[in-house]
Design a protein around this ligand. Structure first.
Ligand SMILES: N[C@@H](CCC[C@H](N)C(=O)O)C(=O)O
Length: 277
């Protein structure tokens, strides 16, 4: 089977985007892993599928697969690339696009200079909905790791996140070691994306994210939203924050509980291609 795709990235978080409206094809987990493979395939953190919506209120259905082949609920940087893709391919001419995801509807607003603003919806703190095996929601939790404890914030941005604040330079964190310990912690039954944030001021943070099903990424949009929300709930941050990630900058705003998180950032097309699966 020959599959057409577009390789894109948002602040270095890279994607293989596949239009399943104009071409018919059923991708199995092993096809996803091959597309994501940086040596034997195209290479990406996530494969994004553009499909016709099931819900009449949506313009498209947006499906997301991590590099390990698992389908997940949400991807913020991918959402921006999704908006650019459907406009570049003339699947829509709208600048405000509503998409259906596994965790509900999100709204994408196309701005100038290939930037897109995403309304990610409100963060969810109830442990059962993250899911996180604690009985009550708290501002922070102590997570047992290798006999010690790590203070984290835990919340869902449609997908699960744990965020830890470091006092030192975030580049000094041994993410290759700590990331998998947090990602696979038994109290997160569906695993978790693990963010490590350094607060530079009340409006700027540095962030590194070890993504569930991927490993360290150059940027994680939902991870940036989760870190800013956690920082605001702890009174470390004000309502609009610049997030510096290894691959670029995102802007995240949140007005407080029940309000949507708004994330803005860049999109880029790297190349288009065809692959035999
Ligand atoms: N890179 C994404 C998040 C992708 C999904 C994540 N790895 C998960 O398993 O939840 C983003 O930009 O949000």
């Amino acid at each position: 089977m020959l599959l057409k795709f577009t390789k894109m990235h948002g602040a270095g978080n890279d994607f293989v985007v596949v239009d399943l409206i104009s071409q018919r094809c059923k991708l199995r987990p092993r096809d996803i892993r091959k597309l994501a493979d940086r040596r034997f395939g195209v290479g990406c953190d996530q494969v994004l599928l553009v499909e016709a919506p099931g819900n009449p209120e949506a313009d498209f259905r947006y499906r997301i697969f991590n590099a390990d082949g698992g389908e997940v609920e949400q991807c913020g940087n991918g959402a921006r690339c999704f908006a650019r893709f459907v406009r570049d391919r003339r699947l829509t001419s709208k600048r405000v696009i509503t998409v259906e995801t596994a965790s509900g509807m999100i709204v994408l607003r196309v701005r100038d200079n290939h930037r897109v603003e995403v309304d990610m919806g409100a963060p969810v703190f109830e442990p059962g909905k993250i899911p996180f095996e604690r009985t009550e929601a708290a501002q922070s939790y102590s997570l047992e790791i290798e006999g010690g404890s790590l203070e984290i914030g835990a919340l869902s941005m449609g997908n699960p996140h744990a965020v830890h604040r470091v006092e030192e330079d975030v580049q000094a964190v041994d993410l290759a070691h700590l990331g998998p310990l947090v990602e696979n912690h038994p109290e997160f039954p569906q695993r978790v994306n693990a963010g490590f944030m350094q607060v530079l001021s009340d409006s700027e943070i540095n962030l590194r994210v070890y993504e569930r099903g991927v490993g360290e990424t150059l940027a994680c949009g939902t991870g940036a939203c989760a870190a800013v929300v956690y920082g605001i709930t702890r009174n470390w941050l004000q309502d609009t924050v610049t997030v510096n990630l290894p691959g670029g900058k995102l802007s995240v705003s949140w007005q407080g509980p029940g309000q949507p998180v708004i994330m803005t950032g860049p999109t880029a097309v790297v190349f288009e291609g065809t692959i035999r699966l």
